[in-house]
Design a binder for this molecule. Structure first.
Ligand SMILES: *[C@@H]1O[C@H](CO)[C@@H](O)[C@H](O)[C@H]1NC(C)=O
Ligand SMILES: *[C@@H]1O[C@H](CO)[C@@H](O)[C@H](O)[C@H]1NC(C)=O
Ligand SMILES: *[C@@H]1O[C@H](CO)[C@@H](O)[C@H](O)[C@H]1NC(C)=O
Ligand SMILES: *[C@@H]1O[C@H](CO)[C@@H](O)[C@H](O)[C@H]1NC(C)=O
Length: 267
């Protein structure tokens, strides 16, 4: 009979095209469906002194933390609490900018005040960059130095995080470290609290366009960049999903063609 032989021909073509499509997409050997790799257990201990001496340049800030012994307070918070710590670290160039009026000088403050200024640069909790969206709705935010005139205001706009202490308006310019329980963010200015320098803030000159010679050496991202160590969901997992996806597609196309053949046989 003519009809069935046509069907057999069609079926053969279907089989052929199925093997062709299989070789065309060439799925790799079946990908075992393993659960997403567990995040590598990182050592919870972060040596803040170590981190601040290799990153930066943050030598001025680290020097003040050490001379005031505030480094021990911060390290203790990082070591021994579940809340963790968030540090705002000014670059060395930010300290050089301080001594020019109307900005006050740190050489003129008492030892106690210097300690408070250092404590003012930290929050007694770990905040990832994304957390600042919510945090900015809770202004004013208490710092390690306290509340009231020791509080900071944050604004969050499309990932750009600005800090306002009254005396200092600056932004987070990069993430040095952001893995629970320790977050360290670079800021462009030293944070000056009203509690030390008074609420009577002199008008600040508009930022001149070019006084950033020192800063221009280091390319500063305008918005904070995520720290490499905090990356979640590695490249590996993405790759395995996509290859699993194409393997699935190959199987599907084969099934569709085979079903087509079977249906034609049944006709
Ligand atoms: C932290 O790092 C500093 C600088 O490398 C080192 O002197 C200090 O001993 C370290 N502290 C601890 C507790 O490991
Ligand atoms: C923090 O932990 C490290 C490692 O366990 C320890 O050597 C260091 O003395 C601790 N520092 C503080 C201030 O708790
Ligand atoms: C240092 O303190 C004195 C007394 O409080 C004050 O008169 C002076 O303006 C201060 N100088 C600077 C540079 O802040
Ligand atoms: C921070 O925000 C609070 C409430 O919005 C406001 O009263 C305070 O003046 C602000 N402080 C600074 C330093 O901008």
């Amino acid at each position: 009979m003519e009809f069935p032989s046509k069907l057999v021909l069609l079926f053969l073509i279907a089989i052929l095209s199925s093997t062709q499509s299989q070789s065309a997409t060439s799925p790799p050997a079946p990908v075992p469906f393993s659960p997403a790799p567990a995040p590598a257990p990182t050592s919870p201990y972060v040596n803040l002194t170590d981190l601040l001496s290799v990153a930066g340049p943050f030598h001025e800030f680290l020097g003040y933390l050490q001379s005031t012994k505030v480094i021990d307070t911060f390290q203790n918070q990082a070591n021994n609490t579940h809340q963790g710590i968030t540090l705002f670290v000014p670059k060395d160039s930010a300290f050089r900018a301080l001594n020019k009026p109307p900005l006050p000088s740190l050489s003129n403050v008492s030892a106690d005040q210097l300690k408070q200024i250092m404590l003012f640069h930290a929050l007694p909790r770990f905040y990832s960059l994304a957390d600042f969206d919510k945090l900015s709705q809770k202004n004013p935010v208490s710092t390690f130095a306290g509340s009231g005139q020791f509080a900071l205001n944050f604004t969050y706009t499309n990932g750009l995080i600005r800090i306002d202490s009254g005396w200092s308006q600056t932004k987070l310019s990069s993430a040095v470290h952001s893995t629970n329980p320790v977050a360290i963010y670079q800021v462009d200015k030293v944070l000056l609290p009203e509690a030390v320098f008074g609420a009577d803030i002199p008008p600040m000159p508009a930022p001149a366009p070019a006084p950033e010679k020192a800063a221009s050496q280091a390319p500063d991202a305008d918005s904070p960049s995520a720290d490499a160590t905090s990356g979640k969901g590695g490249k590996g997992s993405g790759d395995s999903t996509s290859s699993a996806g194409s393997a699935g597609l190959g199987l599907l196309s084969k099934l569709v063609v085979a079903c087509g053949g079977v249906m034609m046989l049944l006709l």
